[in-house]
Design a binder for this molecule. Structure first.
Ligand code: 9MR
Length: 553
């Protein structure tokens, strides 16, 4: 990453300099610190993870023991990045990535893929490509890397784009942006969805933990992309913090506003660095920051968990990047837990000694009513629990779609004339869930008013004997959801289709038909999606396609 720059907030009072020895003193495990980090996180339905460095993961027993026992989630610190996985065009190397996934598998941990499209650690051969070639390279890379684990459920999520913003909220002038324009972001998400329809797809950045210009830009972009049906499922707050700066302002409110957009929030790269030598006040502040970050995640149902960027000060990016700073993690260089470990532990621990493991009773009496072409009302009888039911998961066709507080809900966004199966289950504060209720089957009404659509194409670039049409924007102009679209258009005489994305187009000349892919056919009223294509034409010919018409299904 580029070094996060943040306003320096001087500590008002620095207590007496106490020297290095204090900073590395081993924290005795306090009375409350029983149980591993992962046992407490799991009891609350969250993950606690670490960034894995492949060297010590292969070679150091102490590292492996802590990594395997304390955490239930892992992110490869470097092994899944572009320079590691595809150093030369189409020459893939998954040695380190496979090592991390195998260790996770052996230790019952879930894996977050990091990272597909980033301005850093991407080889020169990619950076030098033209826009069209770069888009193809991006699609190939995403398909191959995400596709490698598409059928492995432990690789559950990906950072699709990383650090796309400047601090003022404008888009970073990366080689990605310069070559392809802003559409590279939406396309990266679509390519990832096509490669693994089940993976959660995230946008990740630093200095977005609090409410500020950068996090607001991220919020606006996520909102826009989702309105356009671009598959953004989660946002990552890296949380590379430093004790010499203030704690991010309005952190919990920031989580809440992203939650309201319907995306999952993840703390993806937590560490809290200290200017060395560390004094007691700085260590105390470090512990507070760890507590506050973990607490904020625990308090929000939208926050899935926290990944620490490493765990031992023996292996941390901080001293290499910030001269004179370090001790940012929760174990010291000799693998002893620090006070920061206790801070994380106690924030994960819900204070219930032994943890509540009793699930609520199974909800009964699930009924459906008020079925329309795109919605249905569900209601059921309340469950009971030894501690208290905190909500009900709504399960559509076997997948949890959302959680509600009461015993009824209106499910919206359904497609007309479509069969659905619903169930619900109860959850409690410790994350225990009941068995699924009996199911109820619903077939939505046929659409009324029809789902019309429109299509408009824009020529993005052209050269002597070819051009790229991007985007072709398909919009549902009707009053109900559509489940597919077909766009017809005419290529001028002598023109021939040479490439296409986000649609299947045939034949390659004359009147051609573009059909939606599996992932971009569903459009609610007013929603849009885009596709694109590339054409070659006789030298000197300047004609472009015409006659775009859209039919909805
Ligand atoms: O921790 C990573 C370090 O080992 C690498 O040298 C560095 C290269 O840029 O990337 C570090 O991880 C970064 C992460 O991938 C994205 N966010 C910022 C992290 C710290 O720089």
């Amino acid at each position: 990453m580029s070094v996060p720059s943040r306003r320096l907030v001087p500590l008002a009072v620095l207590t007496l300099f106490t020297g290095f020895a204090v900073a590395i003193v081993t924290a005795p495990e306090p009375a409350s610190a029983s149980g591993t980090l992962r046992s407490h996180a799991a009891a609350r339905g969250k993950f606690i993870g670490y960034a894995a460095a492949t060297g010590p993961l292969a070679n150091e027993t102490a590292y492996r023991n802590i990594a395997g026992s304390e955490f239930n989630q892992v992110t490869a610190e470097n092994a899944m990045k572009w320079d590691a996985t595809e150093p030369q065009d189409n020459q893939y190397n998954f040695t380190g990535a496979d090592q991390v996934v195998a260790f996770a598998q052996a230790n019952n941990q879930r894996v977050h893929g990091h990272t597909l499209v980033w301005h850093s650690q991407t080889p020169g051969w990619v950076q030098g490509l033209s826009g069209t070639a770069m888009r193809t390279a991006m699609q190939d890379h995403i398909s191959r890397v995400v596709g490698r684990w598409a059928n492995d459920p432990i690789v559950e999520s990906w950072d699709v784009v990383n650090e796309v913003f400047n601090e003022d909220g404008s888009l970073r002038q990366s080689f990605w942006l310069n070559a392809m324009g802003q559409s590279y972001i939406a396309d990266a998400f679509r390519f990832a969805r096509a490669a693994d329809p089940d993976a959660r797809l995230c946008i990740n950045d630093y200095n977005v933990e609090g409410i500020n210009a950068k996090s607001t830009a991220m919020y606006n972009l996520v909102q826009q992309l989702r309105a356009q049906n671009v598959p953004v499922d989660c946002v990552g707050f890296q949380a590379h913090l430093a004790v010499q700066f203030g704690f991010p302002g309005q952190y919990t409110q920031n989580i809440a506003r992203f939650a309201a957009l319907g995306v999952q929030v993840r703390i993806t790269e937590l560490d809290v660095r200290i200017p060395l030598p560390a004094d007691q006040a700085e260590i105390t502040r470090q512990n507070q920051y760890y507590t506050q970050i973990v607490d904020g995640c625990m308090q929000s149902t939208a926050c899935a968990g926290v990944t620490i960027w490493g765990f031992t000060d023996r292996y941390s990016w901080v001293p290499d990047t910030f001269q004179g700073e370090g001790q940012a993690l929760i174990y010291d260089t000799n693998y002893s837990p620090k006070p920061a470990y206790t801070a994380v532990h106690d924030a994960l621990d819900d204070g219930d000694p032994g943890g509540d493991t009793q699930p609520p009773t199974t909800p009964t009496g699930l009924t459906a009513s008020g079925v329309t072409s795109n919605s249905v009302n569900l209601s059921w009888t309340a469950s009971t629990d030894n501690v208290g039911v905190t909500g009900y998961d709504i399960i559509r066709n076997g997948t949890v779609t959302n959680t509600v507080a009461g015993t009824s809900t209106t499910v919206t966004g359904l497609s007309p004339s479509t069969a659905y199966q619903f169930a619900v289950r109860a959850r409690d504060a410790a994350g225990n869930t009941s068995a699924n209720s009996a199911t109820v089957n619903v077939t939505t009404q046929p659409g009324s008013g029809g789902g019309g659509c429109s299509a408009t194409g824009t020529v993005q670039t052209q050269w002597g004997n070819g051009y790229v049409v991007q985007p072709v924007t398909v919009t549902n102009t009707g009053t109900s959801a559509i489940t597919g679209w077909t766009v017809t258009l005419t290529l001028p005489s002598g023109h021939s289709l040479t490439g296409q994305w986000n649609a299947t187009i045939s034949p390659t000349s004359g009147a051609v038909t573009a059909r939606n892919m599996s992932y971009n056919g569903n459009l609610g009223p007013g929603q849009s999606t885009t596709f694109g294509f590339q054409v070659s034409r006789p030298n000197g010919n300047t004609a472009v396609p015409s006659g775009y018409t859209c039919t909805a299904s």
